[in-house]
Design a protein around this ligand. Sequence first.
Ligand code: 6CS
Ligand code: FE
Length: 299
Amino acid sequence: MTNLATTTEDLYPTRVAEEREVIERSQPTVWGTAESGPFTEAELQRHETRGYTILDDFVSAEEVRAFRAELDRLAADTALQGDPRLITERSTGAVRSVFEVEKLSEVLDALARSPEVLDRARQLLGSEVYLHQTRINYMPSFTGTGFYWHSDFETWHAEDGMPTPRAVSLSIALTDNYPFNGGLMVMPGSHRDFVPAVGATPDDNHKESLKAQEAGVPSHAAITALAEKHGIDQFTGAAGSALWFDSNIMHGSGNNITPYPRSNVFMVFNSVENALVEPFAASAPRPTHIANRDFTPLG
Ligand code: 6CS
Ligand code: FE
C-alpha cells in the first residue's frame, strides 16, 4: 500500500514565497447529474457557473427554532468552557463559533444525515460523502467580527491536506440575514480560479486563524482582480434559507454592529474520493474537530 501522502500530487500549490498566477480549476464543480438527486438540471448548471445555490425555506420555522435552541444551549454549556471546539471573539470573549456540532447535538447530527441535505451533497459531489467540518457561527450583535476574503479550499488544501476542491459547504441561516448584519459576500464564478496565497503557514495556525485569518489570505491585488472579473453577490435571506457553496469560492463577511445577530449552522461535505492526506502547506495536520479524518460515508 503506497503512502498517499507521498503520491498525491499538489495540483494547487499555495502559501508560496511570492505572488503567483491564478491556477485555473481542473476539476468540475458539479460531479453528479439531474437524475442523481433533488437539484434540477437548471439548478446544477447555475451552480456549476456561479459556484453557489440559494434555497429559500430550506428548513421550516419549527426546525429553525430547534436549531436556535441548540445554538443557545451550546453557547451556554459550561461543559464546553475551555473545550477547543468553542471559539470566542477576541475582543469580547463572546462565543464566535462552536465546531463539530454533529457530535454535540443530536438535532444537528440528524440534520446532516437528513435526505434533504445528504442527497444534495451526494448529487453535487457525485459520490458518497462525509463531514469534513461543521460549525455554528454566532456573529453576535453589536460586536460580531466577520471573516476576511478567503477560499475555504485554500485553507483545507494547505492545512488539512484536501487534494482537490471536490467539497461543498451548506450554510443555513438561523437568523435573518440582512445586507447590513455581517452577511456573507461571495464572488460568483470565482470558484474556478485558485488563488495561491503568499506566506508560510505558522505552526498551530488554527489557534489564531479561527478568530481572524492571516495566513492564506489573498493579496489586495488578487482580490481586486477577482472582484473586477466576477463581481460580488451578497447572500441575504430569511432564517431557514440555505446557501450551498463550492469549497473554492472567494467569500467573506463584514462585522456586525447592528442589534441583529447573524447566526448560521455550517456543514462541509467532502467526497469520500477526496479524502484528506498530509497537509500540502503546513507542518502538521489540524485537529480532527476542525478537519475530520474519519472518512466513513455519511448515512
Ligand atoms: O479554517 C477553516 O476551516 C474555517 N475558516 C473559515 C474562515 N471558513 C471556513 C472554515 O470554517
Ligand atoms: Fe469560509
